[in-house]
Design a protein around this ligand. Structure first.
Ligand code: HEM
Length: 292
């Protein structure tokens, strides 16, 4: 990968950033081949148990994410990036949306294709978001990477027909929350449930998603989730799961391995995505990366 090519892409991505459009690029591990400056934990996303990763929508040299308040603005901005990024080729692309997108108590919420509201487990303040998601100095990462973030993207197909055959009550036991976010023991969505009072999982089953993802209610998993729904219109719909963390092993990888065997597993199939690293703001990182 040449410095000129990376600079050109960075400039085309930055130029698209206007009128409510927010864009960023994140680097895949291949960009660092032969170079010493790779973020310590960055590698090609491994296949987790049950995954069926399609090479045609997995990995890639860089990830470009384009977000905007409406579809048209996203499409126009994406086209601008692709047109300007001469020498780059689109490997895979997927349109996402956030149904009932809103913010409450500092948290971005949205409804996924399983009819559940997501976002409650995220931090509600800028400080906590930074604490979980942004690389700091002293973490053993290259200097240029301080201020950046590991981004994990997973394209997760949902068996919505199978899911919709279950009662709402059964779905809520699989997820471990009510559709509106309330906990199954009646605790309001913004407070902590008392799992300790339910050791056998009679109220919240032990294999419920939230219980396996975050069993220790005093130490939240150090990641910030921000996912989008997708619908290809041919029955293939699901979630473009995305999360950010400053430590890939303690963040995504720890939670993902805990989720093995969760009750939701038979309704989902991960078919693509990848591991990426979002560089810090600005473009000073490009010089640092190609200094050898
Ligand atoms: C792909 C299918 C998935 C669905 C439908 C899903 C859905 C949900 C829902 C509805 C919640 C509860 C509300 C909230 O806190 O946002 C939740 C929480 C959570 N999910 Fe997922 N999720 C999925 C995948 C994942 C994956 C792949 C991870 C990470 C490896 C993950 C990690 C978490 C975490 C950490 C929480 C917060 C737990 C807490 O602090 O209470 N989820 N998810």
């Amino acid at each position: 990968m040449s410095k000129a090519a990376v600079t050109r892409l960075q400039q085309s991505v930055a130029a698209a950033d206007r009128d409510g459009v927010e864009t960023w690029m994140a680097l895949g591990s291949r960009i660092f081949e032969g170079g010493p400056q790779r973020p310590r934990q960055l590698k090609e996303m491994p296949s987790s148990a049950g995954d069926l990763l399609d090479p045609a929508q997995s990995h890639g040299d860089v990830l470009v994410q384009v977000t905007a308040p409406n579809e048209r603005a996203v499409l126009e901005a994406s086209e601008r990036v692709v047109r300007k990024a001469v020498g780059w080729r689109v490997r895979w692309q997927l349109d996402g949306f956030r149904a009932e997108n809103r913010a409450e108590a500092g948290k971005g919420l949205g409804r996924n294709p399983f009819h559940f509201t997501e976002g409650f487990g995220n931090p509600g303040t800028e400080r906590e978001v930074t604490d979980r998601a942004i690389v700091r100095s002293g973490q053993g990462e290259p200097d240029w990477a301080v201020g950046g973030s590991y981004q994990v993207v997973r394209i997760v197909r949902f068996a919505t027909e199978l899911w919709d055959k279950d009662s709402v009550r059964e779905q809520e036991r699989i997820m471990g929350r009510r559709r509106d976010g309330r906990w199954l023991d009646g605790t309001p969505s913004g407070e902590q449930p008392n799992f300790a009072a339910d050791p056998a999982g009679r109220v919240t089953p032990l294999d419920a998603h939230v219980r396996m993802a975050a069993p220790d209610r005093r130490n939240s998993p150090p990641l910030v989730r921000r996912s989008y729904s997708y619908d290809r219109g041919d029955g293939d719909k699901g979630l473009i799961f995305s999360c950010f963390q400053r430590d890939l092993e303690q963040g995504f990888e720890a939670v993902q391995s805990r989720l093995e065997g969760e009750a939701m597993a038979k309704y989902i199939l991960t078919t693509g995505g990848g591991y990426f690293f979002v560089p810090p703001p600005g473009d000073a990182w490009i010089d640092a990366l190609f200094r050898n």
